[in-house]
Design a protein around this ligand. Structure first.
Ligand code: COA
Length: 144
């Protein structure tokens, strides 16, 4: 089951998956979580939250129209590689297609590049380094 969830609910997986051993739960909040129009989606298996993604209005570069940035995409380790992240992001894309959104973009870790390419995202930047995390690319997908 996929549903809209609160910021509080995404924090434990952000802490465990995205910043392992580095941050407190409270430090796993993104300033963008508070932006008007920000939302989070969670995929539950047998009542357990296993995959999360967060979105907020944010334009990127030269693209016209309304942009949405994806942040904090994560599946807990033991559930990876089963298509759950793909299901969650597909749900998000179908939902935002019904909103006034023209494109979705994200700063993606190099290790997750193939996951996003499989979803239909395009790489739109050269590789860049995010300090403490590693190499990234900007990825883009047109919505409407
Ligand atoms: C990136 C991430 C969110 C993907 O989540 P996921 O639930 O594992 O995603 P999926 O299972 O849909 O896809 C992952 C891989 O499993 C494969 N897969 C998809 N469905 C599958 C299935 N039914 N059975 C087996 N493998 C499958 C996909 O082909 C994909 O392979 P690839 O990415 O190597 O090409 C997850 O790996 C993660 O949390 N990583 C750590 C945090 C991170 O890097 N987040 C992204 C920040 S930009």
């Amino acid at each position: 089951m996929i549903k809209f969830i609160d910021t509080e609910e995404v924090l434990p997986i952000r802490k465990e998956v995205l910043r392992p051993g580095k941050l407190t739960l409270d430090e796993c909040r993104f300033p963008t979580d508070k932006l008007p129009g920000a939302f989070h989606l969670g995929l539950y298996l047998r009542g357990e939250l296993v995959s999360i993604a967060s979105f907020h209005p944010q334009n990127y570069g030269v693209y016209t129209g309304e942009g949405l940035q994806l942040r904090g995409m994560a599946t807990i380790e033991e559930y990876r590689g089963r298509g759950l992240g793909n299901q969650l992001l597909n749900f998000a894309i179908v939902y935002i297609r019904g909103q006034k959104v023209n494109y979705l973009w994200c700063n993606a870790r190099k290790t997750a590049l193939q996951f996003y390419l499989n979803m239909g995202f395009e790489q739109i930047s050269p590789e860049f380094e995010v300090r403490g995390i590693g190499p990234h690319y900007v990825l883009y997908i047109k919505i409407s």
